[in-house]
Design a protein around this ligand. Structure first.
Ligand code: ZN
Length: 249
């Protein structure tokens, strides 16, 4: 929602856009919103958003005031992971790691059908870990650090390295993705890793990356499956809707 539907890319523009789409009646159903980032558990303000204009905004309070109903916010990668774990490519799996490889790189964790939010509301946020392994250059990241996973694995990063048509760039990309995901496997040991975002459409990743990650995973064999999302671009929105359990509607 944040990326596609606001004409003015600021908090007020987003809230006004939501009001026009949803209306402000008090009896209507509650609203769940997937956002790129997270709501601070201490201040209620948005943090960690690669749409940096959202950072520091009281988005949930603004939306609730404008729409006249309760709103739940969740990280868009968490929404994606929840959608795919509920009835998508990872349906039936106990532990699911959902990955967004797009403008930014994010991740979300679902265990037994529930999103793992975490004590700091950042569970799964592997995009701002340092990319493991030696790299000659550590590009600066919007988060203030450098050499983050996102600075190597986002769509803009792949384009800057030569793009998906460039054989050498794709080989580097697959190696980096394998190294980054191997660290996730060593910590979380998920049954399924689901890829979303624009780069999830690169079908060769699902064959090549699992061939490469074994070197870095602390196991004799790797049973984790790497799969493409089932619900595509709608997965984040579908996950946001799942934020409200059916009995509360
Ligand atoms: Zn970063």
């Amino acid at each position: 929602m944040a990326g596609s539907s606001c004409r003015r890319c600021d908090d007020a523009g987003l809230v006004e856009s939501a009001k026009q789409k949803v209306g402000s009646g008090r009896t209507a159903t509650p609203v769940g919103v997937g956002i790129p980032g997270a709501e601070s558990l201490t201040t209620g303000l948005i943090k960690n958003a690669n749409s940096t204009w959202l950072i520091g905004q009281p988005l949930r309070a603004d939306l609730e005031a404008a729409l006249g109903r309760p709103v739940r916010l969740a990280n868009d990668a968490n929404c994606f992971a929840l959608s795919e774990a509920t009835d998508g490519a990872a349906a039936g799996a106990e532990v699911v790691f959902g990955v967004i490889l797009g403008t930014g790189v994010g991740g979300g964790i679902v265990v037994d059908g529930k999103v793992l939010v975490g004590a700091n509301a950042i569970a799964g946020e592997w995009g701002h870990n340092p990319l493991p392994g030696a790299e000659p250059v550590h590009p600066p990241c919007y988060c203030g650090r450098s050499g983050c996973v996102e600075t190597f694995l986002s769509g803009p990063a792949l384009r800057a390295d030569g793009g998906a048509e460039n054989v050498a760039a794709m080989a580097r990309y697959e190696q980096r993705l394998a190294r980054a995901l191997a660290q996730v496997i060593n910590i979380l040991d998920p049954d399924v890793i689901v890829l979303g975002g624009g780069l999830s459409n690169l079908d060769r990743l699902y064959d090549r990356v699992p061939r490469l990650w074994g070197e870095q995973v602390f196991s004799d064999a790797v049973a984790t499956r790497l799969v493409k999302n089932r619900h595509g671009d709608s997965s984040g929105v579908r996950g946001a809707a799942w934020l409200w359990p059916k009995q509360q509607e």
